[in-house]
Write a protein that binds this ligand. Sequence first.
Ligand code: GLC
Length: 752
Amino acid sequence: MTRSFFKNLFAFTIMISHLTICESQNFPKKNREQRIGQKADSVLRLMTLDEKIGQMNQYNGDWEATGPITNDGDKQNQIRMGMLGSMLNVTGVEHTRELQQMAMKTRLKIPLLFGQDIIHGYRTTFPIPLAEAASWDLDAIELSARIAATEAAAAGVHWTFAPMVDIARDPRWGRIMEGAGEDPYLGSLIAVARVKGFQGKGLGSTDALMACAKHFAAYGAATGGRDYNSVDMSLRMLWETYLPPFRAAEEAGVATFMNSFNDLNGIPATGNAYLQRDILKGRWKFKGFVVSDWGSVGEMIPHGYAKDNYEAAMEAVIAGCDMDMESRSYIKNLSKLVNDGKLSLGSINDAVKRILIKKFEMGLFDDPFRFCNKEREQQQWNNKDNLNAERQIAEKTIVLLRNENQILPLSRQTKTIALIGPFIKSVRDNLGFWSYIWPDDSARIISPWQGIQNKLGKESKLLYARGCNINDSSTSGFAEAVEVAKQADIVIMNVGEAADMSGEAKSRSNIHLPGVQEELIMAIQATGKPVIVMINAGRPLIFNWTADHVAAILYTWWLGTEAGDAMADVIFGDYNPSAKLPVSFPRSEGQIPVYYNHFNTGRPPKNDSDLNYVSAYIDLPNDPKFPFGYGLSYTSFSFSGIDLNKKSFRPGDSLTASITVTNTGKFDGKETVQLYIRDLVGSVVRPVKELKNFQQIFLRAGDSKKISFTITADMLRFYNNKLDYVFEPGDFMIFIGGNSKDVKESSFTLLK
Ligand code: GLC
């Protein structure tokens, strides 16, 4: 036996006995956090500098990649040498067990963390996050994340790089599909729902994943909507609009953060101490750890912020980036940086302790293989309850944009239906970006064709024509599609952008319906048959002619595994659509950015046609094609006037605003009643509206319900020019309605 063997054995024995002692002495019930901190310290004391640096290093697995990979070195050997603390894109009980066994061969047997982009599902794919946001149903969104976590944790995954909480006001940006849209209030609530869903009963439970708030920060404000592009904004805008969902996730106990690719006001987020040290770990006292986004540490070189990986590693650690995903800057340079006196050992210890604490909290030191349970993996592999939940959530995300003459819902007895369009028989596309491919996908994913077939009896006849491709100029399929339409009583079309036209690195300068799809719609509309159009997309698209002419439009995003059944449930009335847009839909790319919570300017137009020296386009109305919060129902809802229990109140007191909502239609339905407030005069200009609360109510046809909102001074806070989070006395408007445009108004005063 060599000397080092006994040295290692001694070190390990000390560590384990120390840990055991901690547990066995029944310390007074100190909080878990403090005790785990002590355990992490005891491991830290045993570690060499190289072992510490290994914990700050994360590699992509050898199966699939979610970024530009650098194939170098033998990863498995690096695990055995303790040069690797975490891996991503390794799933499955076998693979994770195999690599974890290698980690158990290291001197201190520190377990690996396995991270994965479980964004909207793992084995069961849920609607894309932007679609889920359209449900405004926080319980449904939490359930979606809960199920995703249960399935992924059963497959050996410890950590998801989600929720993505980037506010996005620019639909040219492909990653708008991954977040919760344009509003900080809705985005914050959804961030919390997703963190709670992923982390479940808490870290350490074998169906809980560590969540990761990303991308910190302001990644969604990339100039021109071009992915990875620069971001330049006032600190006030950063605090007012882009940070709130991160703060909400942090307060909800999110385990980790991921920084972002973009530079923010000239400093790359990965090397941005203002973001990671001052705000996150300083003001917000975040105790978890920060991982880079893919190779963002090394990308500070092309950013022009670091000369080489040595400098990049130094800048990133100083700025508070604890783990280096994929760039190898840390593993190759940190030891030299410490020995050169460029980095303190304290900064390394702080990062490593944050990482060790999470591994303790996940229970991986107690049992590194606790997530490698083959039986649990099989239980979760084809869970029917998960598929049913997915279908129910998908229904809630479908937005009814138009329904002329109440053509929807259709009768199941409709004799002949023509199904036309490039997505009618598509299968895999329905999962959208950030989804997983499984060998049996074609048998599991329900296409629109299949879903409508499943819904209809034998007495109905379905006809089909593809009509055109997704994104080319060929109209060769039009004639056949027109002929098929002429034989039908009604036409259902399914058009949109391809699933890989949104997502990461999928920015588009032209967000019209691609190819000749709108021309196809025109050709089918010209037959005189009633046309219902379903639009699949990962972003708002532009389809002005369609929006003004066809009988009905459903925005079907990417709905996941049960897509076709969810579509059919809505089309035939088994679910009355209730979704509301979480993002404004522009009329033209030239209008971007267009969002509801904009400032008034000094020259607001008096109406859509006012062009007399006002802030307006001469060739386009200012308002979006469809506003934030918009979505129709098969029924209709009327709103009474707003009743305020007082016209003014002082800080510390509150005001109650009430409104009566009536279901004036023929169908029972759910309405999302939205409360907006405007601060008429402030020490800085204030938005014309800000979402401050909403309530979802279910009303039977003919029923009414009075609902109330409490308004407090705290709800009126904003960041003033000194970045103080304040409310200011003065006059306010209050708006309540079923979207951000069609609202009832009232006013109140906040007194000193
Ligand atoms: C990607 C994405 C990030 C993801 C990470 C790992 O580049 O930007 O959201 O979590 O790399 O896949």
